[in-house]
Ligand binder design. Sequence first.
Ligand code: PLP
Length: 393
Amino acid sequence: MVNEKMYELGSEPSAIRELFAYGLARKAEIGEDKVFDFSLGNPSIPAPAAVKEAIIELLDEPPVALHGYTPAQGTPGVRTAIADSINRRFGMNAAAANIYMTAGAAASLDISINAVANEGDEFIVIAPYFPEYRIWIEAAGCTCIEVMAREIDFQLDLAAIEAAVTPKTKGIIINSPNNPVGSVYSEENLRGLADVLCSKREELGSVIYVICDEPYREIVYEGVEVPYIPAIYDNTIVCYSYSKSLSLPGERIGYLYVPERMPDWQRVYAAICGAGRALGFVCAPSLFQGVIEKCVDAPTDVAAYAENRALLCRGLSELGYEYVEPRGAFYLWVKALEPDEQAFADRAKAHELLLVPSTSFGCSGYVRIGYCVDKATIEQSIPAFAALMAEYR
Ligand code: PLP
């Protein structure tokens, strides 16, 4: 007998992955350029040249150092480089002791949840949300509580969050810039969240952690600022990843930052180390710890995504589609043209447009378009979007 929950997870592939697999098969059948696959968030721009240079330099290091185990928390060198960068950019007072290297944001999130959760606790997620949150929360024996973002602007609905907090609430996952909507929470909105969580702490006598999921921090448009949550709310754990910012999703590299401002940060950091150990992470990939130490401030190439965003928004708005103007990340959140988003996505599929229905993200009425694709895919897809719209006229 196997674990039923794990069996279900493993045998029901995610809707997003299924769509991606369908796209690959369909491309083999009718040609690469005939299928407009907007399903995945796999960065389409290459990693910066600095990454390649760092890898080449590192390959001259003794192989044992290069490929060996590192301390579980990561090498002192990369942790110091990251702490210094956080201090320069956000005015914090981080040290290597506050940083724990991880295999990307997925590992950071899973470790954070397990570090603070006790069985039966609740974690709030803001719908629409990255579907893996629920899996990690439930695997930790906890309950995932969905709170809708404000539909008018997809900012945090503070009254709804306040109403969802119970004595069992252990944390809230905040993802900004956001997947799937592309929204960025304003400083005022986040200060409001901090006020709610502080007053709930007074009322309930227990800390509510903000688990801040930031793989898209660097991908913003038109000069939008992404407020740094640990500077606003002390009980924040930062889950960062280089998957999107440096286009390294397959290398699995990121970090956790337990800020020195958190009143019991040493205990939380120790629990992070414990959760990493219990979950079997051992250490983050050593070669890429070395790469990040050298490339910690390498700029993200946002220009290609900005061009795709402009093309797609112009094309779709001229056709009469409604969508949320993305301020960050590389997703467009588009209103389905009929109430059933799955039926809409199926009709889109008949035009070779692979769009993810919003059910995957815990809400209805929308589809997600991932525009981290070649510019040509966007350009060539516009007639298909026109034909799809024509079906509804
Ligand atoms: N969080 C969000 C919102 C994401 O979109 C993703 C990946 O797409 C992740 C976390 C996981 O990222 P990583 O590749 O760093 O594990």
